[in-house]
Write a protein that binds this ligand. Structure first.
Ligand code: ZN
Length: 401
């Protein structure tokens, strides 16, 4: 059977003569669209209704949306129905918000998709989040840690008990860091389990549990602790219940890895304090905190060196700009990597953080222990040409908000 690319299906769909039945062609078009999203490393697919009944399809690649195609009314309506079938939502309802999920095989792996549809003034807008296991389990060393940060994180991961927390904004790659770390330490000798809400990506090296209404978080963790785990990943500490559960598990001979919303490495202990964890308890369990953001790598195919100038601090050591080329779809960006601050905690540091010590003193203390801030790392990344000067400026400005 001949294999066609997405635009070829589209051409066939727009003409009347074809070798396939019309229905089969629409199925193949949908499959091809999803496969194309995976191949291009998209994190999301947007299908946006246009006035007149057609739709614009955009992929989010390296944090930016890019239009892939505009489809006509007939194709858009068939695509909408096919996606509703896959997501298991009501085919006849397009007036209310709908949520669903499905999985498909692509490039020898199982890809999970979270489907969300919302009515707009022009029709239903569909956004699909793509969960590709390959994106979530990369080599820890390739994520963007500096050598010394990588060493610190690896030391934390070798502990038999304690609590390691990852903090960062939505979409900053926290899940990738956690799953990549878990995969790195997974061996036959260790039992790795996770509690997630929900399980988005199924991974072979860890036993994954999902919280739901019938089985609350605390009960599930109690039952899991009876199953002799060594390492426990909790999707997110978001309330007192999950904070207490993480501390309890980390204090009873398990290494716990989790994520938490906090503004930086230094504010995690006070955030846990707000969630009811006493400083004394925290000082016994908190192993370290990693704060992270994502940087857009410069496209190596169109990067141009710019000589140093006396402009801003980033330009003084020389830098690179990208002009755009087919390899980067004319965006100047090719892939993303993490930007990390890694702070191992000990009792003294925790006592400073939870006490009344001024932030500047804390920072000096951390720097004396080898901690390096985002800003210093951004400057280095610009100077070595791993990100463009514009990306460096964007990151520095974002950090000041
Ligand atoms: Zn390029």
């Amino acid at each position: 059977m001949k294999k066609m690319k997405m635009h070829e299906y589209l051409t066939e769909l727009n003409s009347t003569e074809d070798g396939f039945s019309e229905e089969s062609m629409y199925l193949r078009f949908t499959d091809s669209l999803l496969e194309q999203a995976v191949r291009s490393r998209s994190s999301d697919v947007h299908v946006e209704p246009l006035d007149g009944g057609g739709a614009r399809i955009r992929f989010r690649i390296d944090a930016s949306l890019k239009t892939q195609m505009v489809i006509g009314r007939n194709i858009a309506s068939k695509l909408a129905i096919r996606l509703k079938c896959l997501a298991g939502v009501d085919l006849t309802d397009s007036k209310r918000a709908q949520e669903g999920s499905f999985a498909f095989s692509c490039l020898n792996r199982e890809i999970s998709v979270r489907y969300s549809a919302l009515p707009t003034s022009s029709g239903q807008k569909v956004v699909m989040r793509i969960f590709d296991p390959l994106t979530y389990t990369r080599d820890l060393q390739d994520l963007g840690f500096t050598d010394s940060d990588y060493l610190l994180f690896s030391q934390m991961l070798r502990r038999k008990s304690g609590l390691i927390l990852i903090t960062g904004g939505t979409g900053s790659g926290k899940s990738t860091t956690c799953f990549s770390a878990l995969r790195q330490i997974s061996t036959e000798a260790l039992s790795l389990v996770s509690i997630e809400d929900p399980v988005e990506v199924r991974l072979p090296f860890i036993t994954q549990f999902q919280t739901d209404c019938a089985c609350d978080f605390a009960y599930l963790l109690t039952m899991i602790l009876r199953q002799d785990p060594d390492v426990i990943f909790l999707g997110e500490i978001r309330d007192e219940e999950s904070a207490r559960a993480a501390v309890r598990a980390g204090n009873t001979g398990h290494l716990v890895l989790s994520t938490i919303h906090a503004s930086d490495c230094f504010s995690v202990p006070s955030r846990l304090g707000e969630l009811g964890i006493r400083p004394q308890v925290l000082s016994e369990v908190l192993t370290g905190v990693i704060s992270q953001r994502l940087m857009r790598r410069i496209c190596p195919h169109c990067a141009l060196q710019v000589p140093p100038d006396t402009g801003d601090i980033l330009a003084q050591r020389g830098c690179y700009r990208s002009t755009g080329c087919p390899a980067c779809r004319h965006t100047g960006v090719l892939g993303q990597k993490g930007l990390y601050e890694v702070l191992p905690y000990d009792r003294e540091l925790i006592s400073l953080v939870t006490g009344k010590t001024k932030p500047a003193r804390l920072r000096r203390e951390a720097e004396a222990r080898g901690w390096v801030s985002f800003d210093s790392k951004i400057t280095e990344e610009v100077a070595c040409g791993s990100i463009s000067i514009n990306e460096g400026r964007r990151l520095l400005n974002e950090g000041m908000v």
